[in-house]
Each structure stands twice: as structure tokens, then as C-alpha cells.
Write a protein that binds this ligand. Sequence first.
Ligand code: 21W
Length: 232
Amino acid sequence: MIDYRVITLFPEMFESALGSSIIARGIKDGLISLECTQIRDFANDKHHSVDDSPYGGGPGMVMKVEPLASAVASISAGLDQPARVVLMSPQGRRLTNDLAQELALEQTLVIVCGHYEGVDERFIELFVDDEVSIGDFVVTGGELPAMVLIDAVSRFVPGVLGDLNSAHRDTFGPESDGLLQGPVYTRPSEFRGLTVPDVLISGDHAAVERWRKDISLSRTRERRPDLLKSED
Ligand code: 21W
């Protein structure tokens, strides 16, 4: 069981995207709960401002500290133990399966979605345990990254995947070993002149395993040599 508390300016994005998919089943099965908190509900001025111009000048807007702080405080007040607070941020540590697996051990994950030029640094200092990025590309806000994180973490929550061990197999499995997967095929055995490799229809399971291992290695060498050199 894992409890996600998302702090966002766009709660509707979560309802629509996570309303289907494997996460929806996890919610129905009582393995996942997801609650969004609208930052604007915690604005502290009459205009309900959630952002303001940056001190020192410059383009864009910065998310104000008070609404974010109040949103986290209101969530924390309803919990019986302190929750880990994650800020989705381009400056964060890269999301990997290892981090996803670690986050899946938490009872409650508070996930803050940033927008504009970023959030006031004092909010990060006072409330954020981890800043997490999903990769070296820019998206327009923290919501899609948060959904990616929720999906990746949920796969490590026991019972969420149909096959109990799939998430672990993908990371560590004997056919994987941190390598890329090889090609897969299903019927028909021929399509537009392209046939399925003979070994896969041979019925020789040992040969199939050898072939898969081989092709995983060569494909990884070709496409992701970085995976063969280091741990990340
Ligand atoms: C994008 C916020 C760019 C701020 C240098 C100085 C969360 C994200 C996000 C966003 C900027 C993640 C600038 C991968 C992402 C996210 C919105 C700052 C101007 N550059 N993972 N100032 N990619 N993105 N841009 O974009 O909040 S996790």
C-alpha cells in the first residue's frame, strides 16, 4: 500500500491520466491511493497568487513559498508520521529503477509539482527531502514527471503488477542483467516477407536463452554502451 499526495496547480491532469492504466487497477484494489491538493487553495492573498516575479529580476515567475508551505503543512497534519517530500525538478537527481524501488518503501509520498521558473529556494530548504528529475529534457511543468514517477514507483509496490516479479525482473532479471531486451515476436510467423528467427520456433529452450543473451549484449553494446561501463 502506498499513498501519493500530489501538490499541484493542475489536479485534473492526474485524474485523467491515471484514471486508466495499471495505476487505476492498483487504486481499485486498494494498493495505491492518490490525492491531489490544489496549491491555489492555499494562496495567502486576496488574488490567490501562487507565483510572483523573481528577486533580482529576470524572466518568468517563481512559485511563492507560503502557499506551498501551507499545502505541505495541511497534508502533514493529517498523517501519523512524517512523510517523504519529493519535488519534481529539472535540477533533481535522475529517476532510476533503484530510486523508484527505494521510494516504493515509503508509506506516504508527498510529490510537489513545480511550474514557471521554479519554486522559491526556501521552500526546498525547509520542506523538500529529495529533488527528482526524469531526464535531461525540458517539459513545461512537474505534473507529467510526477506521473512518470508514480508509475515507476507503483510497479515496485507488491501486487500492483499482474506478475509479482515483473518489476524486479526488468531491473535485475537473469535475461536482463542491466542489458537491453532483444526483439520479440508473436504470430504470424511471416509478415511481408519477414520471418521470426528460427531459433524461437525450434523448441530448444537452452538455445533460445543463449540467443537472447547474445542479442541483449550486442544490442546494448550498439545502442547503450554506457550501460556496460557503469552502474547508472
Ligand atoms: C522547466 C521548470 C524549466 C523550470 C536555466 C535557468 C520537473 C522536469 C520538471 C521547468 C525550468 C523534470 C531556466 C525533466 C523537466 C519541471 C518545468 C527552468 C529556465 N533554465 N524532469 N532557467 N525535465 N519542468 N527553465 O523539465 O518542473 S522534473
